[in-house]
Design a binder for this molecule. Sequence first.
Ligand code: DAH
Length: 340
Amino acid sequence: MLAKLQTLEQNSLVQISVLTSEASLIDLRNAILGKNGSLTELLKGVKDLSDEDKKTIGKAINECKIRMTAAFEAQLAVIKNRLIADRLANEFEDVTTPVSEDTGNHLHPITRTLMKVEDSFKRMGFDCYESNEVTTEYWNFDSLNIPKTHPARDMQDTFWLEGTGNVLATQTSSMQNIIMKSKGAPIKAIISGRVFRNEDIDATHENTFYQVEGMVIDRDITLANLKYTLRTMLSDIFGREVSIRMRPGYFPFVEPGVEVDFSCPFCSGTGCKICKKSGWIEFMGAGLIHPNVLREWGIDPDEYTGFAFGFGLNRLVMIEYSIPDMRYFQNPNLAFLKQF
Ligand code: DAH
């Protein structure tokens, strides 16, 4: 019986060592150590032996069982490790390998410039959000200090969605209230997205265009913070230092309100075609957030102040690439798009 046991162990160890799949290993284990396995059968025969043999052979079988169990475990570990190594070798993707062929695809200039704008603001600690395209009359107007009868409503030719009180957002400022209510002060946020106005379309007007809104609320915020922020972003975009100029402007949700111009990055202020010989490019609306608006958000204007600004992204791209006509952006004209 001992000889039988020895042969069984030797054969089994060889068989175990050549198996490469978990399933076949389990099958073999059952065939040897299972209820009716060959080793179990040997063990069953022990009861018919003499007391003397029972001791020695029973012990030998049990020791063999321990060694076989260990051999199964060890081979299982080998199989599993090999599986992991194979997966690592086959599924490995070197993400640093340069893309070898030009796919011909590229981002729309609006997207490209928006990414640059957001990168610049992110470096200054802003969080970026997308604006809603359909919004409510309250968010688009009332919450921004523009009640129903306010003449400022006429400044934006609005697409009203009949019977719902909803509108197509005419300005990304419509998101100020939403972001503020969910995040609370202090805050540094950039909100970008499509806005819609019932405009007659020409080279400088579209009914659908992109805006970028900024808002900062914290203690002791002044126009100096606004000026620094805009100068940093615009200098990043044009790759050279630009200066900022502010003129008084009227927007119901800021006080004081300003119109912001920046020095022409193409002629450095000496006057060229792009800045219409003035040295300055008129660019955006901004100001310190009106106390009424802060109150509407539940913020105490004696504790916090803030600035906000909003500009047309299409216009920034037009200036950046000297694009003469705003209609190109909405037009699937490949000759235009392929230039970027
Ligand atoms: N929403 C304004 C517009 O579409 C632009 C604007 C002006 C945004 C002043 C602001 C601001 O945040 O403070 O004309």
